[in-house]
Design a protein around this ligand. Structure first.
Ligand code: WTA
Length: 650
């Protein structure tokens, strides 16, 4: 059985957090469970900067969510940037707010809270000059530069809604997201840089906007390389932002006004724009960022994610800044220029909290302990992970080699939809178990379903649902509230369905087992199998395709595509590369099929539905447990798939 790892004394010592002991945690759980609305209302008064404090917490529930979305604090008024910036000016104007580490080691920039406040005001003034106002959507397609955070906060200052699109997405994906959000302005940069290579950003924007208009494109110059220019539409950041005025009145927003849209993959080919609102989201990320990590005033905090994903929104930008912390923005990758990069970063900046993904840890562990031990990691106290289940080996490597058993590991389970942490250790409080996300955040009520209506009590394994709304929960899918209800609230009536499988052990600890829907998680990138399938069938050679995930040593999951070619097409040796080129074009640079298996047909029911369960089992290397095949239209197809899979090099 799995061991329990106590919190090291060093992690517990001197914690200023209100939840720094088991008793305090249990007390918070009791209060937040008995009266969630009242508990979070008090927390919201205490932790956020309000213009008009709210008088109540939750309205609505999961039953009436189709007719009337639930709300939190809905008579409160605020501007998110006053919590993140203005209120810190009196106490920590000179403290570093953003510590930027560029792609080349040692290339860094620091922006104090005073600097960041000024830059955000300037950018907000410039955006207002380009016609952006309250409620307008602005797409941000940038790399990891401080200006990406400045752009997000500038939108928030104006009450505009940002939609950050990860800089690896293709022109097609970007165009779809611009169109779906109805964005007026797009903010980008000439190029990004990652691992010594340029990332074309403006060029992709130009391509995306060939048949999708926006009013203005604001372009930040980062690498200085030449870009194409559309007169009348394109505007240089350095020509309009620096002179735009150092202050900007913050727009007063309702607590429930939208703060941002973030697109994420689901079970269909069309990504959905999850909508987060101002106050509930901000409270959730502020609260969890402080409590989970035991974030302290003198911490140097580094979440090495990308702002293009929810982790970057919640735990690089909003959560740390709302707490007045020093937050790191890291432009590079863990293996550039060598696999010691994270530890070099830790040593140089004396980082105390590091937050990364299991896939990065597995990739680094493969290089052995040498690159870690070369650097001084004595500043570290809390080691976080997020994005996918962490296997116990990677967990132990993080704990023993990186942290030398002096740090605690917080394995945080959450989703784009949840806004912030849901099941996670609390650094100074929770004894951990390698591979377990441990216990729920106070007020989060996980429920494990075994089948459609049977709720498990005590230990067991099933589908993970949440029984009660929390402030940070996404309120809708942009422009498609029905889809939101359909996706999250219909499978289990009265519950939020997470799409994840989970096991609960005898101590009440949760072990996430991975997605139970058609979402796959490759190197922490969440992708829909349907997105791959629609990309693949757009290739002339392909008649049909079914894509599933399979266990991959480094990436967590790899992508396995079963492809039926058009009659008469022979799979030439360069066909996989060509088909991956199509995935790159349709989805983005991070979308790559690992294994192509060309098959004569797909296993289908008599009504024509592809039986993905069978394909998953084959890809997982478990053809002996295919289960009942009697409903298949043509059972013969399965044996040829199983035989073909046995030839595949994993
Ligand atoms: C998975 C990322 C196991 C899970 C914040 C979830 C995890 C999906 C963990 C959300 C974890 C995230 N342990 N699985 N600690 N954290 N996941 O929306 O399957 O990009 O549903 O949000 O990642 O991915 P998303």
């Amino acid at each position: 059985m799995s061991e329990t790892v106590p919190v090291p004394d060093r992690v517990r010592a001197g914690s200023p957090s209100k939840i720094a002991s088991r008793a305090a945690y249990l007390d918070a759980v009791a209060h937040a469970t008995a009266d969630p609305s009242g508990y979070w209302l008090h927390q919201a008064w205490e932790r956020l900067q309000w213009r008009t404090p709210p008088t109540h917490g939750l309205k609505g529930d999961y039953h009436s969510v189709l007719e009337r979305p639930f709300t939190w604090f809905d008579d409160g008024e605020l501007n998110v940037t006053e919590t993140c910036l203005d209120r810190h000016l009196a106490t920590r104007a000179d403290k570093t707010a953003i510590l930027w580490e560029g792609d080349e080691p040692g290339q860094s920039r620091r922006l104090s809270y005073a600097d960041l406040h000024r830059e955000v005001c300037r950018a907000a003034n410039a955006l207002a000059g380009l016609g952006v106002g309250k409620g307008d959507r602005v797409v941000i397609y940038m790399g990891m530069v401080p200006e990406a955070a400045i752009a997000m906060l500038a939108c928030a200052r104006l009450g505009a809604v940002h939609s950050v699109v990860f800089g690896g997405f293709s022109a097609d994906s970007l165009r779809d997201r611009v169109a779906d959000s109805g964005a007026k302005v797009l903010i980008t940069q000439d190029e990004g840089r990652r691992g010594g290579k340029p990332v074309p950003l403006k060029a992709v924007v130009d391509d995306a906007l060939r048949d999708q208009a926006v009013d203005k494109v604001l372009v930040y110059r980062h690498t200085g390389s030449a870009v194409n220019w559309t007169a009348g539409r394109d505007v240089w950041w350095h020509e309009v932002v620096p002179g735009a005025g150092d202050t900007r009145k913050a727009e007063v927003c309702n607590a429930e006004d939208p703060l941002f849209i973030l697109y994420t993959s689901g079970s269909t080919g069309k990504p959905k724009g999850l909508l987060h609102t101002c106050a509930g989201y901000l409270l959730w990320v502020t609260w969890t960022c402080q409590v989970t990590f035991d974030l302290r005033d003198d911490d140097v905090y580094a979440c090495v994610a990308d702002v293009g994903w929810i982790t970057g929104h919640s735990y690089i930008v909003y959560g740390p800044l709302a707490n007045g912390a020093t937050t790191t923005m890291f432009e590079s990758i863990p293996t550039y220029p060598d696999p010691g990069r994270y530890w070099d970063l830790v040593q140089r900046h004396r980082i105390t909290i590091l937050y990364t993904a299991p896939t990065a840890l597995r990739a680094l562990a493969a290089y052995g302990d040498g690159p870690v031990k070369k650097y001084d990691r004595s500043s570290l106290r809390v080691l976080g992970t997020v994005g996918e289940p962490i296997n116990p080996d990677a967990w132990r490597w993080y704990h023993e080699v990186v942290g030398e058993e002096r740090c605690t590991v917080v394995d945080t389970w959450w989703q784009t939809e949840t806004g912030g942490h849901m099941i996670t250790p609390i650094a100074p409080v929770t004894a951990t178990k390698p591979g377990s996300a441990t216990l729920p955040v106070p007020g989060v009520l996980p429920v494990v379903f075994d089948g459609r209506d049977h709720i498990l009590v005590g230990p067991g394994e099933g589908k993970l649902c949440i029984a009660h709304p929390w402030p940070g929960q996404a309120r809708t899918v942009w422009g498609d509230h029905e889809r939101y209800v359909q996706t999250y609230f219909t499978a289990y009536k009265g519950y939020y369905f997470t799409g994840d499988g989970v096991r609960r052990d005898k101590d009440g600890y949760y072990w996430i087992t991975g997605r139970v829907d058609d979402v796959i998680n490759v190197s922490g990138h969440r992708m829909g199998t349907a997105e791959f399938e629609s990309a693949l069938v757009s290739a002339d050679e392909v008649a049909e395709a079914a894509v599933v995930g399979y266990p991959h040593d480094v990436k967590g999951q790899g992508v396995w595509a079963y492809v039926v070619l058009q009659p008469g097409t022979v799979p030439s040796h360069d066909l996989p590369a060509r088909l991956n080129g199509v995935c790159r074009k349709v989805i983005g640079a991070h979308a790559r099929v690992d294994i192509f298996q060309f098959v004569p047909g797909l296993p289908k029911t008599r009504s024509g539905k592809v039986m993905r369960r069978i394909l998953r089992k084959v890809a997982e290397g478990m053809p002996e447990s295919l289960g009942d095949l009697s409903t298949l239209a043509d059972p013969g197809v399965v044996s040829s798939i199983v035989d073909g899979a046995a030839q595949v090099q994993r």
